[in-house]
Design a protein. Structure first.
Length: 140
């Protein structure tokens, strides 16, 4: 009997400022990272359809959507069974619910997504940090 396959993301909702970075981890269990399985990252902006970001697998070069290659990178750490999505220079249009999903050629076409995704909200305006707010107050 095979182990139950699970994909788990930290249950979170993060608010980011324009230009910020994000790191979302996907912890996998129930299979090895070297059995021809690919872990995909997909996002869904509010009120819109799913958008494929890219995939990575242990020992492969992976692939990313051309328009997002400068925005996101995907890394695999087989020893900890973790696949990480790293985003940079976030903008309001990057606000979405982000999912990791597993694909396996070995068992035929199938896709298993994480049960609890990660919601990222990017504000339209830069939010002043506490240090910046304090500096502005001291000028007044």
């Amino acid at each position: 009997m095979k182990n139950e396959i699970k994909l788990q993301q930290p249950q979170s909702s993060e608010v980011k400022r324009p230009g910020d970075t994000v790191k979302i981890s996907c912890f996998t269990s129930g299979y090895t990272m070297t059995d021809y399985s690919m872990t995909h990252w997909i996002r869904q902006p509010a009120g819109k359809g799913l958008e494929w970001i890219g995939y990575m697998c242990s020992g492969c070069t992976g692939a990313r959507k051309d328009s997002l290659k400068n925005k996101f990178t995907i890394t695999v750490q087989a020893s900890s069974k973790t696949v990480t999505l790293n985003g940079q220079n976030l903008q309001p249009e990057d606000s979405a619910v982000y999912y990791c999903a597993r694909d396996s050629h070995y068992w035929g076409p199938s896709l298993l997504a994480s049960e609890i995704p990660t919601k990222i909200s990017t504000t339209k305006h830069k939010i002043a940090s506490p240090r910046e707010q304090h500096a502005v107050q001291n000028i007044k």
